[in-house]
Design a protein around this ligand. Structure first.
Ligand code: AMP
Ligand code: GLY
Length: 421
């Protein structure tokens, strides 16, 4: 089977690496890809939002299956457009992808289905939102309603901060805001494959969203992650599936808009049990970079089953018991304006010790690898526990020569502290 992978980040490099190992694969293409992805796939220079261009390319190259990495094309209906043309897709259609595309859609679904999540109000005007603030204590969470690459959320510790966040949202393109109760607990990510009917747990992870050490500073797309997440015990995972994921999948199917693909539940493990913070309609980035190295089963086989509705006939996927940990190396300036063009070297030395460097924001400049985005590399290693995986990942980081880059030195710290206790 010829397969096209859509996307160009570290998540897609991890997917390309794993897909390329599939016995079901004839040829892997990637659009628009990056130099790391080009080691596993032939690159097609088509943007992820060029639906017409992607469909034409599939028809011309006998591509019968497309794996969509990022959320934006899904929220814009790429999966629907491909399916209309008879092309199989890993990823949900536009309607169910609203689970990620619209926080209001998700919160309303949770309310109807009694799914545990933070109490909320959805406001369409600035004055309405300001008035609603009075009903919440502090801290309070203010979210723009729409895709914001992890940056549309403010956890406000003062009323002034909350009012400022609301003003920002209504002064930009935003026309709708969700105000939420602050949930206390530890966050964990749960990945579940579904074909709309059957559910298949597909691993857990924890990421570090803040740019600074000790989880401080502005939010980012994620500065590092590890898998599995020991805090998400088998019992809590079962509760999250029964109380959160299954009712969501069933509600969408009942409405005639079944969800197929991976559902990524961002959970808060509160004293009352797991509560939903948000859904994503795709794998996490950098969580995917720690799931794929642990996956021992054929990824493509599961992706196809999600699309064809045959997930119920498959055995549970096998994941290694090892821990995988990834450290994101970002360009200075991130999550603000990153400094691009900085030279990157030493990747072979980093991988010589068994680590794997997934490329995110990279490009070739006169044949030389340089930084082209905020998050540039995801340096990933495995080990028998978090401490060992962390040590191996930082050994690889230290072998990389990227003077205009930076990384956090404490990825995995919570788990390392627990392991040492
Ligand atoms: P989201 O984009 O909804 O995942 O929010 C980004 C981050 O903001 C989450 O990963 C949490 O760290 C934090 N957050 C969002 N909603 C809440 C909430 N209701 N209570 C506490 N923290 C939250
Ligand atoms: N790492 C968080 C995300 O992919 O949304």
């Amino acid at each position: 089977m010829n397969v096209l992978l859509v996307g160009s980040g570290g998540r897609e490099h991890a997917l390309a690496w794993k897909l390329a190992q599939s016995p079901l694969l004839t040829k892997l293409w990637a659009a628009p890809g990056n130099p790391g992805i080009a080691r596993h796939a032939e690159i097609a220079d088509i943007a992820a939002n060029d639906h017409r261009g992607l469909i034409d390319f599939c028809l011309r190259h006998s591509i019968s299956f497309v794996v969509v990495g990022p959320e934006a094309p899904l929220v814009e209906g790429l999966a629907d457009n491909l399916r209309t043309m008879g092309i199989g897709v890993f990823g949900p259609n536009k309607f169910p992808a609203q689970l990620e595309g619209s926080k209001g859609f998700t919160k309303d679904l949770c309310a109807r289905e009694n799914i545990p999540t933070a109490g909320y109000v959805r406001c369409e005007t600035r004055d309405g939102a300001l008035a609603c603030l009075e009903d919440f204590g502090l801290p309070v969470v203010v979210k723009a309603d729409g895709l914001a690459a992890g940056k549309g959320v403010t956890v406000a510790f003062t009323t002034e901060e909350a009012e400022g966040a609301i003003a920002d949202i209504f002064s930009g393109h935003g026309a709708s805001v969700v105000i939420e109760e602050f949930l206390e607990g530890e966050e964990a990510s749960l990945f579940v494959l579904t074909d709309g009917t059957s559910l298949m747990p597909f691993g857990s992870a924890q990421d570090h969203k803040r740019v600074g050490e000790g989880d401080t500073g502005p939010n980012t797309g994620g500065m590092g992650a590890y898998s599995p997440a020991p805090v998400l015990t088998a019992e809590l995972e079962a509760r999250a599936i029964d109380e959160i994921v299954r009712p969501t999948v069933e509600a969408l199917a009942r409405q005639g808009n079944p969800y197929s693909g991976v559902l990524y539940a961002g959970l808060m493990l509160t004293a009352q049990g797991p509560k939903l913070i948000e859904y994503n309609a795709r794998f996490g980035d950098p969580e995917c970079q720690v799931l794929m190295p642990r996956l021992q089963s054929d990824l493509l086989d599961y992706f196809i089953a999600c699309d064809r509705g045959t997930l119920g006939t498959m055995a549970a996927p096998r994941f290694s018991d090892e821990t995988a940990l990834t450290v994101v190396m970002a360009a200075q300036g991130y999550p603000g304006t990153p400094q691009t063009g900085g030279a990157i070297g030493g990747l072979d030395a980093a991988e010589a010790g068994g680590a794997r460097v997934f490329q995110a924001g990279t490009r070739l400049d006169d044949g030389k690898l340089v930084a082209s985005g905020g998050r540039v590399l995801a340096v990933t290693a495995t080990g028998p526990d978090v401490r060992a995986a962390q040590a191996a990942a930082y050994r690889a980081v230290d072998a990389i020569d990227f003077p205009t880059g930076f990384c956090r030195r404490d990825i995995g710290w919570r788990e390392v502290e627990r392991e040492e206790a």
